[in-house]
Design a binder for this molecule. Structure first.
Ligand code: 4AD
Ligand code: MG
Length: 458
């Protein structure tokens, strides 16, 4: 008999019918005449109650089936459960697919997030992580859906690259050459290496995204990016996923509009398709989460000039750890004040000083700032980095040279400004930051199945 996924039984249409189901035992209870196992097969957040009549199952057969973590296949009749709208299964026969024992780490007590991080291979069997990864999957789908519906092409940028898009020196090296005392210089080392030059893991698919956008018009990349960031924070991972649309003929205002539409569209999708998970996070991790998300869909985002944001921060009366001055980058504490306390909603901070931003950003006529914006959201801070790109060959060439970047690495990129240069803009959304925002999870390590952070790789 073919088994049926548990979520398909919820409608009640199977009541009175015989079905086969499979899953793992999440909790169980044993009493004199009946025993209960709460089964979960990953197809929904809720568990399915399996009722064992002890007249049919002796204790010896039942005991291993009630062990937490065991995998079962049960054949039985679907019945109306005790609670409204719920169904349960009265077992007729059951098979132990894979046993478990008391050394299974997920026994009934509640575990700390820190402990659960030590068992990434098992933590996904808890309600919390089951819900996180179901939302992560749906979020990814919603992103694809948004871009597909709006006529974007999904393109794949390389993982191994020869350039540093952000120029922040956070590139992981890709090499096949080990320690060799006979190598006398970096040049010799690079020549010997696999590609005959230095190579690294991409920090962003943007540069290749621009290549594709200047032919296909509207594209997006969606893939893993890597940064050897030495910061041990709840928001930084060494490996994270980025969604990076790039749009030809779009200026900074156009791309801000696109980013806004995308955020609203994917949140609306999640409210519709992940209702039980979001309700769970609202109850357990962030009271008011659902109201917050609905508000994001229904209201405008705020927008403020970087220069004005500096004034707001100076007048806040807050004692910040890091200094607030025009020309300095905003730190997490500043971002959080602006979005959590001042605006109390998502805010685009626009026109940052040129010196603190990346080389490729369009220079504003004032010569001091660039047409760049970060989207900050309450509870997380920056989730999007966005800009119009410098389309002027001479300005870009000067910026690359002034910053001491290796010109030969950016020759192709400069060609885009030589042949049919057009205004174009794009942004990068950190998938995990977005997931933190929509679930209320406070640490990036808890929205990645295998988080990679400084001094930690499991
Ligand atoms: O602001 P960033 O550095 O922008 C870029 O990489 C651009 N090339 C994007 C573009 O315009 N195509 O990074 C974009 C986003 C950040 O806003 C943040 O959400 C996320 O990527 N991010 C990280 N997420 C987790 N861990 C890290 N170490 C991250 N660094 C950036
Ligand atoms: Mg950024």
């Amino acid at each position: 008999m073919e088994h049926i996924e548990l979520h398909k039984l919820r409608s009640g249409e199977h009541i009175g019918k015989k079905v086969a189901v499979c899953g793992w035992v999440r909790t169980s209870r044993d009493s004199k005449n009946v025993a209960f196992a709460e089964l979960n097969d990953g197809s929904e957040l809720n568990h399915m109650q399996i009722v064992f009549d002890k007249a049919k199952f002796d204790d010896k057969t039942l005991a291993p089936m009630l062990a937490l973590g065991s995998a079962l296949r049960v054949v039985g009749t679907v019945e109306k459960g005790m609670k409204d709208e719920s169904v349960e299964i009265l077992a007729e026969s059951a098979e132990l697919l894979g046993g478990s024992d008391v050394s299974y780490p997920l026994q009934k007590k509640r575990h700390t997030m820190e402990f659960l991080r030590t068992i990434p291979h098992l933590r996904v069997r808890t309600n919390t992580f089951n819900a996180v990864f179901r939302v992560r999957s749906e979020l990814s789908y919603a992103i694809h859906e948004f871009f597909h519906k709006n006529g974007y092409y999904y393109v794949h940028s390389p993982i191994i690259t020869g350039s540093d898009c952000e120029g922040a020196g956070e590139v992981f090296k890709v090499t096949t050459v080990g320690y060799d005392p006979s190598i006398k210089s970096e040049e010799e080392y690079n020549k010997k290496d696999f590609f005959g030059r230095s190579a690294g893991l991409t920090v962003s698919g943007q540069l290749e995204g621009e290549v594709m956008a200047t032919a296909l018009g509207k594209i997006y990349t969606f893939g893993p990016t890597f940064r050897a960031e030495n910061s041990n924070t709840p928001r930084h991972a060494a490996e994270f996923w980025q969604v990076e649309p790039e749009v030809a003929f779009a200026d900074i205002d156009d791309i801000i509009g696109i980013a806004t539409d995308m955020i609203k569209s994917i949140i609306a999708h999640l409210l519709e398709h992940c209702a039980p998970e979001l309700a769970f996070f609202d109850e357990r991790f962030e009271n008011g989460l659902l109201a917050k998300l609905r508000h994001v869909v229904d209201s405008d985002f705020a927008r403020i000039d970087y220069a004005d944001a500096i004034e707001v921060l100076k007048k806040s009366g807050k004692q910040f750890v890091y200094p607030v001055e025009w020309g300095l980058d905003l730190q997490t504490e500043h971002e959080r004040y602006l979005t959590d306390e001042y605006f109390k909603k998502p805010v685009f901070v626009v026109n940052y000083p040129r010196k603190i931003k990346s080389f490729y950003m369009k220079q504003n006529p004032d010569g001091k700032t660039v047409a760049a914006t970060d989207l900050l959201v309450p509870g997380v801070g920056e989730i999007i980095g966005c800009s119009e790109r410098e389309a002027d060959y001479d300005k870009l060439l000067k910026e690359i040279t002034d910053r001491g970047m290796k010109l030969s690495d950016y020759a192709d990129y400069l060609d885009l400004r030589k042949f049919g240069s057009v205004p174009h803009s794009g942004f990068g959304l950190g998938l995990e930051r977005m997931l933190m925002y929509v679930t209320g999870m406070a640490n990036i390590r808890d929205v990645i199945e295998y988080p990679r952070t400084k001094d930690d790789l499991k």
